[in-house]
Design a protein around this ligand. Structure first.
Ligand SMILES: [Zn+2]
Ligand SMILES: [Zn+2]
Length: 276
């Protein structure tokens, strides 16, 4: 089986409101997104399909065909529109990124030929994306930033082994990074709010549990989370998962960009807690 993806872009307006709720309740649940006049985003959609490549052509499906069939759905239904008013589906459902993905999945799945839809990812902006594969689950990922110093040094290695393995990163004073942290939750979107999580609450939890502790700190010297642990990005993803999981029941993944070139990911274990 081969997997391939194609990106498409569109722009759309939306407003998060439940008509029969009071203004106060809409503002409380949806915050700035409840503005009845709407606001908008430049969305980026990634369509990943799967299939076997054909003997005669060497391709699964022509990516320009994907662009065309998905592009015409996007053009007709979403691009340049105020979704709540100009798309029948979103008169009933709130056009959250989660609900947009469900809408797109059902439409795209019906029209693809020579391949199967595998995964859709929809970026609302550079700090929020939602993802969906087969089944009812939708995930939502939020991106956060912190800067921190660390020294890579393992107590289980000798000084010279540490120096040889970690090189400059073993510098006795440490060194630092601009970390970008991706926190993913997953679930079935709430039938009323169209969300798998309250983003404002998620932001507060990540801020108070992780960012406050790590931002502008030396991970080896200023935190207790890495006592006896080498604060590599591998270890950090699992430590951050364990810090957040007691507060976020549907936490599914921790992604960590150490630099623009180095990315690490910890996926929540199924059927048991992780142990460092
Ligand atoms: Zn929005
Ligand atoms: Zn480093």
């Amino acid at each position: 089986m081969v997997y391939l993806s194609r990106k498409l872009r569109f722009s759309a307006m939306h407003s998060y409101r439940i008509q029969h709720w009071t203004e106060e309740k809409n503002q409380q649940v949806f915050g700035l997104c409840s503005n009845p006049n709407g606001h908008g985003h430049d969305y980026q959609l990634e369509v990943m399909v799967k299939g076997d490549w054909k003997d005669r052509t060497g391709i699964v499906v022509n990516t320009t065909d994907i662009k065309q069939v998905v592009g015409s759905i996007v053009e007709e239904e979403l691009d340049g529109k105020f979704l709540n008013k100009e798309n029948i589906y979103f008169r009933e459902k709130i056009p959250t990124t989660e609900n947009l993905l469900i809408f797109l999945w059902n439409k795209i799945n019906r029209v693809l030929q020579d391949c199967e839809l595998h995964r859709l990812r929809l970026h609302e902006n550079s700090t929020l994306y939602s993802e969906k594969g087969e089944g009812d689950m939708v995930s939502l990922t939020r991106k956060y930033h912190f800067s921190a110093a660390h020294r890579l040094h393992s107590d289980k290695l000798t000084d010279s082994e540490n120096k040889q393995l970690f090189g400059k990163c073993n510098n006795v004073y440490g060194h630092g990074h601009n970390y970008y942290l991706e926190v993913s939750v997953q679930g079935i979107p709430d039938p009323v709010t169209g969300m798998v999580t309250d983003i404002a609450v998620l932001d507060e939890i990540v801020e108070s549990v992780v960012l406050k502790k790590f931002d502008h700190k030396h991970l080896n010297l200023d935190t207790t989370e890495f006592d006896g642990l080498n604060p590599t990005s591998e270890v950090m993803t699992q430590v951050i998962y364990q810090m957040l999981s007691p507060y976020i029941s549907n936490l599914s993944k921790i992604g960590l960009w150490e630099t623009e070139n180095n990315y690490f990911e910890y996926v929540a274990p199924t059927g048991g807690e992780a142990h460092v």
